[in-house]
Design a protein around this ligand. Structure first.
Ligand SMILES: C[S@@+](CC[C@H](N)C(=O)[O-])C[C@H]1O[C@@H](n2cnc3c(N)ncnc32)[C@H](O)[C@@H]1O
Length: 465
């Protein structure tokens, strides 16, 4: 199922057809809020939304009405989406709104079924909202540039996007579903997904990440968050480069209404010497960019072709590249955990970024451990969710990890040794199948709790005897 088919079949968000936005809903996406965040110059030319043109990019089923409700005096609101069924839901909701709230003013709304990657509007926009859409294309930076090209001088772009590193356990949950044969086409998808997740131990971080997500109450939420045809978020430093190339600058960033990069400074004052993107990167590498960041971007009026290069875009790699793992004895070996290796890789990068502010990785993690603590579930329960934060892991064992084998390494081994091989961990075998899928199964099942997974490679015949 490709992305268009996915959103045709599972329009998002899966909000009931008769639901309308609450009055006052959407305060956080008001144009005026963005204009206020730009302190000088710009706010004097465009102070409020009267007469502006708005684009809602990748509008889905609900956002258009929220934006329309909060911008009643806009000249026009254009909502673009790949999915005709999402737009049909939006159209029905707009009709319902006119019937239910006949005296509430809305701007002129135009719905367009199109792929944003090859759609444009020559008249341009003063305000573009791209909420949770750019991470669903193969080249988010190219789409950002395209949107920036439609922004009028001084215009604002409000980008909401998945974090990258911080979705580690959500991605692991998605891998686990796929390994258990759960796909968007699976009948009784919701039940099957919950059953598959239930095969993991109750305290497994991927299971906790799945079960504490409100999205999992509906099939469309499960597909959107865990089985998406294309999930490709950029990291904060990649966004920094993408915005620079698009001729945009960061005005402010918020998450749940407060600045996350300012939060890093409040914990580690020396990071004030780093730029906001770098602080967001450190937060993401610590798995602490939990909700989707909101990035307010402004068109740089004086520059065409982007701002000068930010210093050091090679910062994405860690300072020390770990060794590659090689098994010494194939009968019995310790496989480095892939999810924990990923976490360690990101922490090494954070280490390099923190060192520019004179802070050691250990000090920074210790500060987060004492000041932030483990992740907890939503109130009122607020129970600890072990394993979701980087501070739940012992740093020295993470940093000692070598780079685990990738699929092609296992495939090569299987070509060498022939089929009929089984990977077993303490008497537990992965379901039979290609060796790389068996390794992936062990990684998902045991890699969260064991930095090195003890495994044995057996011939099927040997196992049975
Ligand atoms: C996760 S939903 C977000 C919907 C809405 N923005 C919100 O936040 O509630 C992503 C939406 O983007 C749309 N989309 C994804 N890629 C697109 C593209 N290349 N062009 C147009 N729409 C796209 C999908 O069809 C889907 O409706």
């Amino acid at each position: 199922m490709n992305l268009r088919e996915q959103y045709e079949r599972f329009p998002y968000p899966p909000i009931p057809a008769l639901a309308l936005p609450r009055r006052g809903q959407g305060e956080g996406l008001r144009f005026e809020l963005g204009a206020q965040l730009v302190r000088n110059g710009y706010a004097e030319t465009l102070r409020d939304h009267r007469g502006i043109r708005i684009l809602v990019a990748g509008a889905g089923t609900f956002e258009t009405l929220v934006v329309a409700q909060t911008h009643p005096r806009a000249a026009e609101l254009v909502a673009v989406d790949l999915s005709g069924s999402s737009l049909a839901k939006t159209r029905a909701r707009l009709r319902l709104h006119r019937l239910a709230r006949p005296f509430t003013r809305l701007p002129c709304v135009r719905l367009v079924a199109a792929d944003l990657r090859d759609w444009s509007d020559p008249r341009g926009f003063d305000y573009i909202l791209a909420s949770n859409v750019l991470h669903h294309v193969e080249d988010p930076a190219a789409l950002l540039s395209r949107l920036a090209g439609m922004l009028r001088p001084g215009g604002l772009l409000r980008l909401v996007t998945y974090p990258k590193a911080s979705r580690l356990w959500m991605r692991e949950a998605g891998h686990w579903l796929a390994l258990n044969g759960v796909t968007p086409g699976t009948p009784s998808l919701k039940r099957r997904a919950h059953e598959a997740i239930g095969l993991l131990p109750p305290e497994h971080p991927a299971r906790l990440a799945f079960e504490t997500q409100g999205e999992t109450a509906r099939e469309a939420g499960i597909v959107d968050a865990f089985l998406n045809a294309c999930e490709n978020p950029l990291s904060p430093l990649e966004w920094r480069e993408a915005t620079r190339r698009a001729g945009l600058s960061l005005v402010a960033e918020t998450q749940a209404e407060s600045s996350r990069s300012a939060f890093v400074v409040s914990l580690l004052p020396a990071t004030a010497a780093l730029d906001a993107w770098t602080r967001l990167q450190i937060l993401d590498d610590f798995l602490e960019l939990c909700a989707n960041p909101v990035l307010w971007l402004r068109k740089i009026p004086s520059l065409s072709g982007g701002a000068p290069a930010a210093e050091g875009t090679s910062e994405l790699a860690p300072a020390h590249v770990p060794d590659r793992w090689a098994p010494r004895n194939l009968d019995e070996f310790w496989l480095p955990s892939r999810p924990l290796f990923e976490l360690a890789w990101n922490l090494r990068r954070a280490e390099a970024l923190l060192s520019r502010a004179g802070i050691s990785l250990k000090t920074a993690l210790d500060t987060f451990r004492t000041e932030v603590g483990p992740r907890v579930s939503a109130p009122p329960e607020e129970r600890p969710l072990p394993g979701l934060a980087a501070t739940d892991y012992e740093l020295s064992s993470l940093l000692a990890l070598e780079e685990p084998w990738r699929d092609h390494d296992w495939q090569e081994l299987e070509r060498e040794l022939g089929s009929g091989l089984r990977l077993e961990h303490e008497g537990v075998a992965a379901p039979s199948g290609p060796l790389h899928l068996q390794a992936a199964w062990h990684q998902c099942r045991f890699g969260a709790s064991k930095p090195e997974i003890p495994l044995r490679l057996l011939r099927d015949s040997l196992r049975e005897s």
